[in-house]
Design a protein around this ligand. Sequence first.
Ligand SMILES: *[C@@H]1O[C@H](CO)[C@@H](O)[C@H](O)[C@H]1NC(C)=O
Ligand SMILES: *[C@@H]1O[C@H](CO)[C@@H](O)[C@H](O)[C@H]1NC(C)=O
Ligand SMILES: *[C@@H]1O[C@H](CO)[C@@H](O)[C@H](O)[C@H]1NC(C)=O
Ligand SMILES: *[C@@H]1O[C@H](CO)[C@@H](O)[C@H](O)[C@H]1NC(C)=O
Ligand SMILES: *[C@@H]1O[C@H](CO)[C@@H](O)[C@H](O)[C@H]1NC(C)=O
Ligand SMILES: CC(=O)N[C@H]1CO[C@H](CO)[C@@H](O)[C@@H]1O
Length: 281
Amino acid sequence: MLEESNSTLIQYPTQFTQNIVPKQIHSHNDYWRDVPLLTALSLGVGSVEADVWFIDNTLFIGHELAALTPARTLDSLYIQPLISILARQNPVTAFTANQTTPNGVFDMSGTTSFQLLICMKTDGDSTLPPVLKALEPLRQLGYLTTFTNGTLIPSAITAVGTGNTPLEADGIMALSPRDLFFDAPLIDLDDPNVAYNVTISPLASTDYEPAIGWPGIGNISEAQMGNLTKFINDAHTRGIKARFWDTPGWPIQARHAVWELLLNAGADWLNADDLEAASQF
Ligand SMILES: *[C@@H]1O[C@H](CO)[C@@H](O)[C@H](O)[C@H]1NC(C)=O
Ligand SMILES: *[C@@H]1O[C@H](CO)[C@@H](O)[C@H](O)[C@H]1NC(C)=O
Ligand SMILES: *[C@@H]1O[C@H](CO)[C@@H](O)[C@H](O)[C@H]1NC(C)=O
Ligand SMILES: *[C@@H]1O[C@H](CO)[C@@H](O)[C@H](O)[C@H]1NC(C)=O
Ligand SMILES: *[C@@H]1O[C@H](CO)[C@@H](O)[C@H](O)[C@H]1NC(C)=O
Ligand SMILES: CC(=O)N[C@H]1CO[C@H](CO)[C@@H](O)[C@@H]1O
């Protein structure tokens, strides 16, 4: 059996994520999982969130200061693992000689871009430059979705800044080429001051409770349904994907009712803490 499983006939280069169906699930506080990034990938989760703190010239990962350790950095937990996975998904062989765009992390769907949401916890203006620098190894390998010369070129990883990420002045809007994007405020997509579009924001998000409010129990009101439809339409009109965070987690029945409501209304990402439950939903 061991011998059989080692046969060259049943092995192939990109099987690290073999048979995993990619899903539009966002892993909230991904660094809390058993294994950051890999637990999510094993369940087909298409987007992960990493909270970064820029302290002593290093980007540490964690929910709060008390949770930080020297070893857990943006580079060690996300950038290097992604590079090693993408190296496996992009073997250099005679068969790939003419391939111009890299495969993504999912073997089953090479063109699916994996979303890396970087939530800046420390001051945005001082955290942005080191985050851009941390992305350099992915950038060098051509793995980052990039807006350049008026064209959006999709690639294996789409990096999006959230939290304190600055938009204007020297923020995301000033980047050219741009390979870090901006998580737009979903309820302000009609803001006349910023004409959000996919060249700035592939994603727009909002806190579910103040925006919609239906707790997942009883009937949703017409006004709540109207708001939900409006926000999703505002995003889709601009080609932007919609995400609602902090949806009810309990009771499970309410959590599922809200997930069902969101998916039926056209929300693009399910924001989840329990990835296993969301991946089986
Ligand atoms: C698998 O096969 C290769 C080449 O035949 C051999 O070098 C390697 O030791 C084998 N690995 C296992 C775990 O049997
Ligand atoms: C790559 O392109 C060359 C030149 O057009 C062609 O001869 C070769 O068959 C192609 N290889 C593959 C794997 O498609
Ligand atoms: C973008 O335009 C500049 C100036 O015209 C050119 O040097 C550069 O190669 C272009 N980049 C891409 C990716 O096409
Ligand atoms: C996208 O939005 C930015 C910021 O509002 C704007 O500068 C840019 O012209 C827009 N691009 C397109 C193609 O609409
Ligand atoms: C909820 O909606 C159903 C179906 O429209 C209706 O029968 C029921 O009375 C409503 N419940 C409440 C508490 O309004
Ligand atoms: C958060 C939000 O925008 N809520 C809106 C829901 O819809 C009602 C009725 O149109 C508005 O008054 C609220 O502002």
